[in-house]
Design a protein around this ligand. Structure first.
Ligand code: NAP
Length: 467
C-alpha cells in the first residue's frame, strides 16, 4: 500500500469535521494476486507450525494491543468517529480474544475420538488454506480480530480487505502482526474497493471467504463463493429486539436500552434497536428513556466527557436522516431528535421514534445510527410478533426479574443470540452469529474456530471386520 494524493475510494476522513486525513492508492490486480500467492506459500509452512508457536505469537499480539491501546483507540476514533473510551474498550476485547485462542485452540483442535464397535475412529481438524476476510468499519480492530485470531490460530493464512474508510487501522493491525513475529504472508491486507472483491473470491488459492457487513455485500460475496464451490460465512445486519416484560426493573431497562442503542453512535449490528415494552409500564419506560436521552453528551469523540460522537461518515448521517424522514412522512412520531446537528461533521441528533406501524418501512429496516424505535405491546404474543417481524435475526434482549420466564421468551425470539437483562454483547467464549438474513456461521468460541478447518474423519479397521 502507498499513500497517495490521487483521488481514491480508500481514504481516512475524520467524521468529526469531514476533513480528509490520508488517501491510499488501491492495489492493482497484479499486486492482489501476488499477495494471495504469498499467503498460499506461507500456508505451506504455517499449517505445520506447532500450536505452541502459534499461541506464543497470538499472546504477543494481545500484549502489543494492550500496550498500544491508547494509540489504536485514537486511530479508530479519528477514522470512524467512535468515542475514545469505547475505542479503547474495543482494543481490550481484541486482546482478550487473541489470548483466548492462544490458551484454548490446542484443546479445541485436538483429535476427537469417535465411538466405534472395534478399531479406532477420530476427527482430525486441519487448516484449509488462504481465507479471504472482508470486514466493516464499525469496530475497526475487533472486526479484524474476530476472524483473524481464530482462523490464523487454526493454521490458516488470511488476506483481509477492510472497509475503505479505515485504512490506517488496517495498516496498524498488519504492523502489529508483524511486530508480534507472525511470519510474512500469514496475514496481509488487501487495499481494494468493495466492488472489486467478487473476482478475488474466484482465485483458486482462496479456499473460503468470510464477510461481515451489509446484506447486499454478503449476498454478492456468497454468490461468488457458491459459483466456485467455496465455503462462506456471513455476519450481516441486525435490528435486535429489546423486550421489556411487565416485571422488569423499568429504570434499569430504559438506561440499559439507551446506553446500548447509543454506543458506537448506534452503529452496532447487535444494538438493541427496537424496544418492545409492555403497555402497563410503557409510560414509565418512555419517561425514563427521555431522562436517559437528556444525559447524552454529544461532542468531540476524543473528549473524555462525550458519550455520542458523529456517525462514521457524512453519507451514513444522510442515509439515517433519510430513514427518519421517511418514517415521519409515513406517520411515525419523532418523539426526540430527528435532525442533523448545527455543527460541522457527520452528526445526527439522538432520536426516539414511536408509533411505528407494520405498513412503515422502519418496521422492518435496520437503522444504523443513534435512533431508538419504541413499541408498545398488550400480550406476549404481540411482543414476539413485533420482535420476529424483521428479516433479521442477529441478537436480542429480554428484560425481566423472573429470569425463568425471560428465558422462555428468549427461546421464542428468532435470532442467533439473546441476552437476559443485558444488551447483546460479546465475549471470546460465546459463539456470535445470526440466523435469517443476519447471515450464517459463527465467530468466537470453538464454533468460530471450526468454521474453516477440514473436519477429517480417520477410521482404522480391517477388510475382514464388519463395519
Ligand atoms: P458494507 O457496505 O457491506 O461494507 C462492509 C465491507 O464489505 C466493506 O469492507 C466493504 O468495502 C465491503 N463491500 C461492500 N460492497 C461489497 C460487495 N459488493 N462485495 C464485497 N464486499 C463489499 O457494510 P456497511 O454498511 O459499511 O456496514 C454496516 C453493516 O454491517 C450493517 O448492516 C451492520 O449491521 C453490519 N455489521 C454486521 C456485523 C455482524 O457481526 N453481524 C458487525 C458489524 C456490522 P468498501 O468499504 O470498500 O465498500
Amino acid at each position: 500500500m502507498s499513500n497517495t494524493t490521487k483521488s481514491s475510494s480508500i481514504k481516512s476522513v475524520n467524521p468529526f469535521n469531514n476533513e480528509v486525513v490520508k488517501e491510499f492508492e488501491a492495489m492493482s490486480k497484479e499486486q492482489v494476486s501476488s499477495i494471495i500467492d504469498k499467503a498460499d506459500e506461507a500456508f505451506k509452512k504455517w499449517k505445520h507450525s506447532s500450536m505452541e508457536e502459534r499461541s506464543t505469537i497470538m499472546h504477543k499480539v494481545a500484549s502489543l494491543m494492550r500496550d498500544k491501546k491508547e494509540e489504536l483507540g485514537k486511530l479508530a476514533t479519528l477514522e470512524m468517529g467512535k468515542v475514545l473510551a469505547q475505542a479503547i474498550g474495543e482494543v481490550k476485547i481484541c486482546s482478550a480474544i487473541f489470548d483466548y485462542y492462544a490458551d484454548n485452540a490446542a484443546e479445541f483442535l485436538a483429535d476427537k475420538p469417535l465411538k466405534v464397535p472395534h478399531g479406532e475412529a477420530f476427527l482430525s481438524y486441519e487448516p484449509i488454506g488462504v481465507i479471504l476476510s472482508v470486514q466493516p468499519w464499525n469496530f475497526p480492530f475487533y472486526q479484524i480480530t474476530r476472524s483473524a485470531a481464530a482462523h490464523i490460530t487454526a493454521g490458516n493464512t488470511m488476506v483481509l480487505k477492510h472497509a475503505s474508510n479505515v485504512p490506517q487501522c488496517a495498516q496498524m493491525m498488519e504492523d502489529i502482526f508483524r511486530e508480534a513475529g507472525l511470519p510474512d504472508g500469514v496475514y496481509t491486507n488487501l487495499f481494494v474497493s468493495g466492488k472489486d472483491i467478487e473476482p478475488i473470491v474466484a482465485n483458486p488459492k482462496i479456499k473460503a471467504v468470510t464477510l461481515t457487513g451489509s446484506e447486499p455485500a454478503g449476498a454478492s460475496i456468497a454468490t461468488a463463493a457458491a459459483k466456485v464451490v467455496k465455503k462462506s460465512t456471513l455476519e450481516l445486519g441486525g435490528s435486535d429486539p429489546f423486550i421489556v416484560l411487565e416485571d422488569a426493573d423499568v429504570a434499569l431497562a430504559a438506561k440499559t436500552a439507551v446506553q446500548g442503542r447509543m454506543a458506537n453512535g448506534g452503529q452496532v449490528c447487535t444494538s438493541p434497536k427496537r424496544m418492545i415494552v409492555a403497555a402497563s409500564i410503557y409510560d414509565e419506560f418512555l419517561s425514563k428513556t427521555k431522562e436517559a436521552f437528556e444525559q447524552i453528551k454529544v461532542g468531540n469523540p476524543m473528549d473524555a466527557d462525550t458519550t455520542l460522537g458523529p456517525l462514521s461518515s457524512e453519507k451514513a448521517a444522510e442515509d439515517v436522516l433519510a430513514q427518519i424522514q421517511k418514517a415521519a412522512e409515513q406517520g411515525a412520531n419523532i418523539a426526540l431528535g430527528g435532525k442533523r446537528m448545527d455543527r460541522p461533521g457527520a452528526f445526527l441528533e439522538p432520536t426516539l421514534v414511536t408509533d411505528i406501524t407494520q405498513e412503515m418501512d422502519m418496521y422492518v429496516e435496520e437503522v444504523f445510527g443513534p435512533v431508538m424505535m419504541l413499541y408498545k405491546y398488550e400480550t406476549l404474543e404481540e411482543a414476539l410478533e413485533i420482535a420476529n417481524a424483521t428479516p433479521f435475526g442477529l441478537g436480542g434482549t429480554v428484560f425481566g426479574t423472573d429470569t425463568k420466564k425471560a428465558v422462555e421468551v428468549a427461546r421464542k425470539v428468532d435470532s442467533g443470540m439473546v441476552y437476559i437483562n443485558h444488551a447483546t454483547s460479546v465475549a471470546p467464549q460465546l459463539p456470535f452469529g445470526g440466523t435469517k438474513h443476519s447471515g450464517y456461521g459463527r465467530e468466537h468460541a470453538i464454533e468460530g474456530l471450526l468454521e474453516f478447518v477440514n473436519i477429517k474423519m480417520i477410521r482404522t479397521t480391517s477388510p475382514d471386520k464388519p463395519f
